[in-house]
Design a protein around this ligand. Structure first.
Ligand SMILES: [Zn+2]
Length: 406
């Protein structure tokens, strides 16, 4: 073919591609019930998806590409606190000495896959340096996994000066952290007492905020929760030892509160032999955790009485827990007495707000990204339906469809 002909053919081929690229792929999903993530419910509607966005939600009269009239459709779930790389290694134990970086990467991918299949389309890992390449790989759109946010490298060393803490935060942000994580108290296995001084907590929180980043503060002791709240952190995670006054303080400051009631400690106890012997996972540590379940139940019920407190959903998923994240939501409803709609919002619109993405995810509405799931059953009547995820779409792309009758 002469050169001119070749060019003409290439131009024609390029032009033929234009309409396909300009007109985003369209998908329609009929939902028997649609829980919008913001407290609303609609019956028998069709969701129109164009490309990676929800274009419209209308009453169902047309044929849809996917008929989920038997199912409930919800926004993709969000877990604001996981440790995506944590896993049981070759010998089944939680400590994994001698593992290669490649092995660790593959375990992280497994966890990402498990969580996506369980309906979690966004998770925040708080955090490890190995989260960064995993986050970026998933974002390239080929590997199945939730949209991943990471804290990269938490602040935890009480011997750091205020200046060193600020430098640590700046380094984490320069290393592309989406959020800053600060440990202001000991682990619950060591009693949960405050570790960083109020001044150190303030230094970490204010440096992060100056850089436009959100801050997650690990705090069990009431004093550490107070310090984090007053320092202006985004979210207090754990809070196992708080009383009414800390719940009130967080509500007044608009601080998100992320308690763990239904998966974290249970997973440790269910897998005790796999954790035992690693650091503070000794018999004394397990005793703290066994007793912690009832204490957390009481604390959560107390927190619920504070109607203006923004309670978000983070499981703190470690080895063994990935893919079971919805157990936290189920437990909050069944044992904590939280209304199912509120518990669902904690894992959708409230979490989207907590992770700084409320304009993009966490709700089903025109213009939002097409992150949605279908579950078998009505989670408002039986919250266990959240454990029966039959369909997962993230950014308009279908990753799972085991809905019967398709
Ligand atoms: Zn954690």
């Amino acid at each position: 073919m002469p050169m001119e002909g070749k060019i003409a053919a290439l131009v024609a081929a390029a032009l033929m591609c234009v309409p396909a690229a300009a007109t985003a792929q369209q998908t329609t999903i009929r939902a028997g019930a649609l829980i919008d993530g913001r407290g609303g419910i609609q019956r028998d509607v069709v969701i129109g998806i164009e490309g990676n966005r929800i274009a419209r939600i209308e009453s169902a009269n047309a044929r849809a590409s996917y008929d989920f009239s038997r199912f409930t459709v919800l926004p993709g779930l969000i877990d604001a606190h996981v440790h995506i790389g944590a896993h049981f290694g070759r010998d089944g134990h939680a400590s994994t000495p001698g593992e290669t970086p490649a092995e660790q990467t593959l375990y992280g991918m497994e966890n990402a896959y498990l969580m996506l299949m369980a309906g979690f389309t966004t998770v925040q890992s708080v955090g490890a340096e190995s989260d960064v390449p995993l986050r970026d790989a998933i974002a390239r759109g080929k590997l199945p996994g939730p949209r991943l946010l990471t804290a990269v490298s938490p602040v935890r060393d009480p011997s750091m000066t205020v200046q060193q803490i600020r430098e640590h935060v700046r380094k984490a942000v320069a290393d592309t952290a989406d959020v800053v994580k600060i440990f202001a108290s000991k682990s619950i296995r060591e009693g949960g007492g405050q570790t960083l001084t109020d001044e150190q907590v303030l230094a970490g929180c204010s440096e992060a905020k100056n850089l436009g980043k959100r801050v997650w503060v690990h705090a069990h002791a009431a004093s550490a929760v107070r310090a984090a709240t007053i320092a202006g952190c985004t979210t207090v995670t754990h809070g196992s030892q708080i009383s009414d006054s800390e719940a009130q303080l967080m509500a007044e400051h608009g601080t998100f509160f992320e308690p763990q009631t239904g998966l974290l400690l249970q997973n440790y106890l269910e897998n005790k032999s796999r954790f035992l012997g690693d650091g503070n996972f000794d018999e004394a540590g397990f005793k703290f955790m066994e007793e912690g379940i009832a204490l957390n139940d009481a604390m959560f019920k107390m927190a619920l009485r504070h109607k203006t407190l923004k309670i978000n959903m983070g499981t703190d998923a470690v080895a063994g827990a990935h893919g079971q994240n919805a157990r936290e939501i189920v437990y909050r409803v069944q044992k904590g007495g939280q209304p199912a709609m509120d518990a669902i919002m904690s894992a959708t619109s409230v979490n989207a707000d907590a992770v700084g993405l409320k304009d993009r995810i966490g709700a089903l509405a025109p213009g939002m990204e097409a992150d949605l799931i279908a579950v078998d059953g009505d989670p408002l009547a039986d919250i266990n339906a959240l454990l029966r995820v039959v369909f997962v779409m993230k950014g308009g792309k279908i990753y799972r469809n085991i809905a019967p009758g398709q």
